[in-house]
Write a protein that binds this ligand. Structure first.
Ligand code: GTP
Length: 343
């Protein structure tokens, strides 16, 4: 056996071991000079069914992949790529689409008519492609689940920070915000006040009209507080039951008291229609006002002072605004005896 035949044998062996199928085409005439018979046999075709022209081979290629093959060949022909590489699907005889890769080179690139010897190999990449598809699908599902988790998280954060009936900040949010505002006011020596707002004789509303009407009254008071305060500056929170707190940064006690009066009046003027007969329920609020006092006062202390002023407003006949007065022994006395007495 001559050296050429030996080399040919060695090449065939190497191709077989690597799972490669050698082909050769003439791009100028379209003639297939060596057919990738192993590939087509794998796809279920007999040797006779594989014709000698590239146009016929293209009929086996998935329509979505044709343009990609033509572009890869064109790029290589034009000398823009050192070799031709492409991945595409071929139609098996039983109707399946199977993924293959091509790797080739124009051998006569420096001749006068390059393209007559376009040689390459085809190999099966179906298993890899399907795993890639699976991974893509898993990645897409993970991305969808991530997006879902993110929106659930935002919803949970909203639920954790807000009162579900009124949508106002809840006690936890208020305590965080209040502590920050106290520190800020103290540091920059700015005024800060709070209002503690409580619906008067609310038990009667529930007893006379039912809990649903009671809830509507709570929402009506919440709306008035929200609409009459500065959005993005003040904070309105529902402390629980029929009790609200309005946190007023940059607000002196005089201005806080004026706002409290305006809120009290707005609530007193509001009536809710409670049934089809057009019956109405009126309601009022009592409000305690307290300014941030001596250096280092905590938000809890500030709330406590507002609560004492609220107690005084209730004692004074309700539908009433009272200001915390640290110098008032009567207030202090009343507040002391009020601890645990007020609902
Ligand atoms: N409808 C409704 N009622 C509530 C809610 N939370 C608390 N309550 C009721 O609010 C009422 C509060 O009553 P009290 O603490 O006696 O106070 P009040 O009747 O408003 O009397 P004063 O505060 O002294 O004017 C109770 O009947 C509670 O059941 C709620 O979310 N919805």
């Amino acid at each position: 056996m001559g050296e050429i035949d030996l080399n040919k044998e060695r090449l065939e062996l190497a191709l077989e071991a690597a799972g490669l199928d050698l082909w050769e085409n003439n791009l100028l005439t379209g003639e297939v000079t060596r057919k990738a018979l192993k590939t087509f046999s794998e796809l279920g075709y007999s040797d006779e069914e594989v014709l000698h022209h590239l146009d016929h081979l293209f009929e086996f290629v998935h329509p979505d992949d044709l343009a990609m093959i033509q572009s890869a060949v064109g790029e290589h022909m034009a000398g823009r790529t050192p070799e031709y590489r492409c991945e595409f699907r071929l139609l098996a005889k039983d109707g399946r689409w199977v993924w293959y890769a091509n790797y080739g080179r124009i051998m006569d690139v420096h001749s006068a008519t390059p393209g007559q010897r376009f040689i390459g190999v085809t190999f099966n990449i179906d298993h890899r492609k399907r795993r890639e598809d699976e991974i893509d699908q898993i990645n897409r599902q993970l991305a969808e689940q991530n997006a879902l988790l993110q929106s659930l998280n935002s919803a949970l954060e909203l639920l954790a920070a807000n009162d579900s009936l009124t949508g106002l900040a809840n006690r936890r949010t208020l305590m965080d915000l209040g502590a920050k505002e106290c520190k800020r006011a103290e540091r920059f020596q700015h005024p800060l006040s709070v209002l503690m707002v409580d619906i008067d004789s609310f038990k009667n509303v529930n007893d006379n009209w039912g809990h649903l009407v009671g809830d509507r009254v709570i929402c009506a008071v919440a709306d008035i507080c929200r609409l009459r305060t500065r959005s993005g500056v003040d904070a309105v929170a529902r402390l629980g039951g029929e009790e609200f707190v309005v946190l007023l940064p940059e607000t002196s006690v005089v201005h806080a008291q004026a706002l409290a009066e305006a809120l009290r009046e707005a609530v007193a003027q509001q009536e809710l229609v409670v049934n089809d007969d057009g019956e109405r329920v009126a309601f009022t609020v009592s409000i305690g006002v307290a300014p941030l006092g001596a250096d280092g006062q905590s938000f809890e202390q500030l709330l406590n002072n507002a609560d004492k002023a609220l107690y005084k407003a209730k004692q004074t006949g309700r539908n009433n605004v009272q200001c915390f007065d640290p110098a008032s022994p009567r207030l202090r006395l009343a507040a002391n005896s009020a601890d645990g007495a007020k609902g």
